[in-house]
Design a protein around this ligand. Structure first.
Ligand code: MG
Length: 264
């Protein structure tokens, strides 16, 4: 009986605390709720694709399976991109070098799909190496590289595996699919901003979903990708093209498809 009485006492006390809390909450909500409601500006209507990997209505299509009209040679922008287009995809050319978009972009959302060939050979960095330079600041490998590589069962330095910002950011997970399967990156890129004197004002930030898995979470970049030494913002720039890397592996090259972008 003592136990029951005690329990009742505790329940009464807890009920009193709850009533008190609700009362305080109600007091905090006094006033006009309309004061915190926003009606303008109205977000633009965007029609999504049938699947989330399909381009929404306001996207710029960078590859629709037919041609590389949106791309040029990275070494010479007066020359066309000469990678191989067939069966709705295109494949890195071992002989014609990197390619880049004709258009330049500042802040954007990018969707891109890539496939390591099923018969891939090699190890480490020499196994399906390509890359997406999220802002290409010049010819060669200048820019900010999101690594493309086969890391299904292939070890390398972790800040150089697929999903890394090369030599800067280790991916938060390894969601690689087997060679031969299509994989995707969904990227949110916020470009760096520079002061008038050329110094960095706001560093670049990037978020990457790799096969739907978050691998880069608003990562703040130290500067453009640097193969040797520490990266830094040494040269100011504005909007830039996006560049795809022909790494020159001896094994079969990788392929891309379904590329679209939204300015944000
Ligand atoms: Mg690469």
């Amino acid at each position: 009986m003592i136990s029951i009485a005690c329990n009742r006492s505790i329940k009464t006390f807890l009920l009193a605390v709850a009533v008190c809390s609700v009362s305080q909450f109600a007091n905090a909500q006094d006033g006009d709720p309309k004061l915190t409601e926003i009606y303008t500006p109205v977000p633009p209507v965007v029609t999504p694709g049938k699947m989330n990997s399909d381009a929404p209505s306001d996207a710029i299509i960078l590859f629709d399976g037919k041609n590389l009209n949106q791309w040029v040679s990275a070494a010479d922008s007066t020359m066309p991109a000469k990678w191989d287009v067939a069966n709705g995809i295109f494949t890195v050319s071992k002989t014609t070098g990197n390619i880049r978009t004709k258009q330049s972009f500042l802040d954007y959302q990018l969707h891109i799909e890539w496939r390591i060939p099923e018969n891939i050979t090699g190890t480490g960095q020499a196994r399906g190496n390509s890359g997406i330079f999220l802002a290409s600041t010049g010819p060669g490998d200048a820019g900010y590289e999101l690594q493309v590589l086969d890391n299904y069962k292939n070890e390398t330095y972790t800040n150089g595996q697929a999903g890394s910002i090369y030599k800067q950011a280790v991916p938060l997970a390894n969601p690689n699919k087997k060679p031969g399967e299509w994989q995707s990156y969904d990227v949110i890129w916020n470009a760096p901003r520079f002061n008038d004197d050329g110094t960095i004002k706001t560093p670049a930030h990037v978020t990457v979903l790799f096969n739907g898995v978050l691998v880069e979470n608003n990562f703040e970049l130290l500067g453009p990708t640097q193969y040797i030494g520490k990266p830094a913002y040494r040269k100011p720039h504005g909007p830039c093209p996006i560049k795809l890397q022909a790494h020159g592996d001896k094994s079969e090259p990788i392929s891309y498809r379904n590329i679209w972008i939204r300015n944000i």
